[in-house]
Design a protein. Structure first.
Length: 164
């Protein structure tokens, strides 16, 4: 999220020199990071691609391709907990990440077709679970009120899929 946030800040043209410096300093760490969860690989690749569109870097482009090549999209589908509907850990979060990735990447990127089929599979398999959501009252200090869960998470979900 921090990488994505920096890219958004760069777009505002505020402290761009500092942002570029931070990304260059973090590049070795980002190049050495390879998560065990496939969805995190896609998330990092998507964030780096977004940054790379604003601040082109050969290092980031190579890392993006490595991350996508190392992602097993068939296993990614099995990492989903179908009972969770929140954006952070449930299938909606996986679908949002994959939809964002499909918009950013062109078909010449590694595993693009597998990414597309994983996205379609997730939507076809789980989107009917949205019909079973029953509204529940929000309780004070509930853990279900953050950006990744609860009302804010569902609003984020509705912005990504206005047609659902």
């Amino acid at each position: 999220m921090m990488i994505y946030g920096l890219a958004e800040a760069y777009g505002l043209n505020i402290c761009n020199e500092k942002i570029i410096c931070m990304l260059k300093q973090w590049a070795p760490c980002l190049e050495s990071y390879l998560s065990s969860m496939n969805v995190y690989k896609v998330y990092l690749a998507t964030s780096l691609k977004y940054v790379n569109t604003l601040i082109p870097s050969i290092q980031f482009e190579k890392q993006i391709r490595i991350l996508l090549y190392a992602t097993d999209f068939k296993s990614l589908v099995n990492e989903i907990n179908p009972k969770m509907l929140n954006v952070r850990f449930g299938w909606p979060g996986f679908a949002i990440i994959l939809k964002s990735a499909l918009k950013l990447f062109s078909p010449d990127y590694p595993n693009y077709l597998e990414m597309e089929s994983a996205y379609d599979l997730i939507l076809n398999k789980y989107q009917d679970t949205l019909n079973d959501i029953k509204p529940s009252p929000l309780t004070p200090r509930s853990k279900q009120q953050g950006i990744c869960e609860g009302v804010a998470g569902m609003r984020l979900f509705s912005l990504v899929w206005p047609d659902l």
